[in-house]
Ligand binder design. Sequence first.
Ligand code: GLU
Length: 493
Amino acid sequence: MTEKNRPVVVRFAPSPTGYLHIGGARTAIFNWLYAKKHQGKFILRIEDTDAERSTEDSIQGILDVLEWLGLTWDEGPNFQSENIQTHLDAAETLIRSGHAYKCFCTKETIDAKREKARKAKQTYAYDRTCRTLTPEQVKEKEDQGQAFAVRLKVPDGEGAIRFEDAVYGSIEKKYADLDDFIIVRSNGKPLYILSNAVDDIHDQVTHIIRGQDGLANTPKQILLYQALGVPLPVFAHMSLTLDPQKTKISKRRHGEMVAVHFYREKGFLPWAFVNFLVLLGWATPDSQEIFSKKELVQAFDLGGISRANSVFNINQSDPRFFTDPKALNINSHYIRTLPVEALAGPVRAELEKTGLWSPSYDADKKEWFLSAIDLIRERFHVITDFSTLGRPWFSEDYSMDETALEKNLRAYPDMKTLLPELAHKLDSLDLYTEKTVEPILREMLKSSGLKPGVLINAMRTALTGQSKGPDFMATLIILGKDRVVRRLEAAPE
Ligand code: GLU
């Protein structure tokens, strides 16, 4: 039974055993979008029952990155480890209702049976020895202090578990292919498969949107739902994200290059990164690529999730980003087109981080700051470009590109005198505007016989250390008279 009319509740349930990678972030995004679209609740649950592998650092890292991406949750973080009693209570309920039973088989017995099956080239399945123990036998073993695990009774017979996955369609698992699986270990600890399902039941999760790797657990979890007599949620399993070699991306294989925080540090804008991630394995019928938050919430639909695995093009030959060119394209799109005021905050944070921030950019030079961002952003891909390529705009301490120097300045020895001459003329201007600067440049071109491109390249190199940059006249105006004069006078040789 699937109850369709409950208010939507979804959850993101990371295991805190490392940083959040792009596959995890994608799962979080899909859940968050689904909740937003249906005015539902988005729960963050930290699945920290594996005490050995879960760390505080990982929890903090996951929370930070989710916040950075703007994926705010409505409830949580809930910690699975705090709900162990609820998981055990559910197991107890199942025993009492006859859906589960205590299994006293020791590890040695099971191992021996497994070994025997192996030798006989048969697949091992638990032989259900303890399923038929009488209450008296159970009591006797308990009184003797024998440890027991708890196993779920898989229904007998020819039947099967059938469900409709919102992405993969009809799925069937025959009862005969399932073992009476353990839900509580003989050391008294619930198994993950139980904890995960009981938490979802407890939180009244209506839609379980998770990675395809969760599909293996689903039939067993459906048995748990049925045994506990609660309505089934909708399951939506998302296809995997692969690397260009078509292997599943993983922390182990790809290290930092698949960590979300890596992209935060590289200067990606959070929404641009969400926009990129959502396109890994999801699309609208018209393959729209750029979405505002509102548009994406409106457009998002589980039906748009593809069954085919998506590829994250880790680009090892790009030492700056290592990343999918599409991620960069989407990010630069946002850098170029966002209202400049919306970029001011991230640029400020970047300049603060790199020691290039001046409080005047938030006071008397505020307008200048916005105009500078607006001018230079046109060629930028990431926020860190503002402190690297953009450095000459915010500091006197910037580097000179050797190739540009060679090609644009040293190749023209006359520049040694022409640029200071130009500096002098510009310095004598009372009013320094495009209108007053332009005639001086024209005059210089005429008297020197230089081609405009040659003079522009020489000046640009002298002014910024680079051979490329934004609109030249705007560069002169925004850099301002003082800087232009000083830098032309001191043009390197
Ligand atoms: N804790 C699991 C993971 O990180 C999530 C499983 C689920 O969403 O049901 O893979």
